[in-house]
Ligand binder design. Structure first.
Ligand SMILES: [Zn+2]
Ligand SMILES: [Zn+2]
Length: 285
């Protein structure tokens, strides 16, 4: 298998737009007169949210590896990752790539070798960030915790249906759909956050300003910050007695905030550990 990226600027987007992206890539490939593709060139595509989209699928020669011989030899799995804009794969994307790799081994007779488009072909694809991961063995990311959702929010899992979620939450599916503005044909997607009917969603307090978060200084907003970190499970840095709420912003606080920023797609480009308005908002959502 060979891993690819888009090789063009790409911006992080809502998951509801990912299937449109895959369709637009397919349309672009079909419109390519020179290559004369019969279908999207990739075997599969993986978005930043970890979903795997079937491209040409199993037991079909790809069109993406650069030559007939390479297309015969390897499947091509493309990450929806850019050469500019969104260039760092999310953990969800890496997990999705492994899902695709495992699927191609299980159902497509793929071998064990995983490389990048650049292996044996002169190209920058799949980009330095993703290629480094390939070279390290293309493993599932470990150690980064998925944030725990606040009360009143249900995060949709793979294979969930509205009816199944409603049963799990003990509410009617009609109510669940109405509260979340979901209309027929009732499409939901993994990682989507649904409001649980009858449970209030916490109000986000206003951002207290960057001055509230200075190492060695006390501020009431740090208590609130700590409560969010604890609720979301980002507490691995502490003085040995476990991470506690308190008004003092310490190096432990900063490191736990940095963990949260690294684990959050919108924040990971600058995980400095100092909350800004967006970190504050996402810590509360
Ligand atoms: Zn490529
Ligand atoms: Zn997506």
């Amino acid at each position: 298998m060979k891993v690819h990226y888009l090789g063009a600027p790409y911006a992080s987007r809502a998951h509801s737009l990912c299937d449109d992206m895959v369709r637009s890539i397919r349309a672009e490939h079909l419109a390519n007169v020179k290559e004369n593709y019969v279908d999207i060139a990739y075997t599969a595509l993986v978005c930043e949210h970890g979903s795997v989209f079937e491209g040409r699928g199993t037991h079909r020669r790809t069109g993406a590896n650069g030559s007939q011989a390479l297309n015969e030899q390897d499947y091509a799995v493309c990450a929806l990752l850019g050469s500019k804009g969104m260039t760092v794969p999310t953990d969800a994307m890496l997990n999705g790539l492994v899902d695709a790799i495992e699927w191609l081994r299980r159902s497509g007779d793929a071998g064990n070798w995983v490389g990048g488009h650049r292996d044996g072909y002169a190209t920058a694809c799949p980009g330095d960030q993703l290629y480094a991961w390939v070279e390290q063995g293309a493993k599932r990311p470990a150690g980064v915790k998925t944030p725990t959702p606040p009360p009143g929010i249900y995060v949709v899992r793979a294979q969930d249906t509205i009816a199944a979620i409603a049963r799990r939450l003990n509410v009617s599916w009609q109510e669940l759909a109405v509260v979340n503005g979901i209309k027929a044909p009732y499409t939901i997607y993994p990682e989507q956050q649904l409001h649980v009917p009858g449970k209030p969603v916490l109000e986000i307090p206003p951002f207290p300003g960057e001055d509230a978060f200075v190492i060695g200084r006390r501020h009431p907003a740090v208590v609130e910050l700590d409560a969010c970190l604890i609720a979301k499970g980002f507490t691995r840095n502490h003085d040995g007695n476990g991470y506690q709420k308190g008004p003092l912003f310490t190096e432990y606080t900063r490191r736990n905030v940095a963990d949260f920023q690294r684990a959050t797609a919108e924040l990971r480009s600058d995980p400095d550990g100092y909350p800004g308005p967006l970190t504050w908002k996402l810590l509360h959502s």
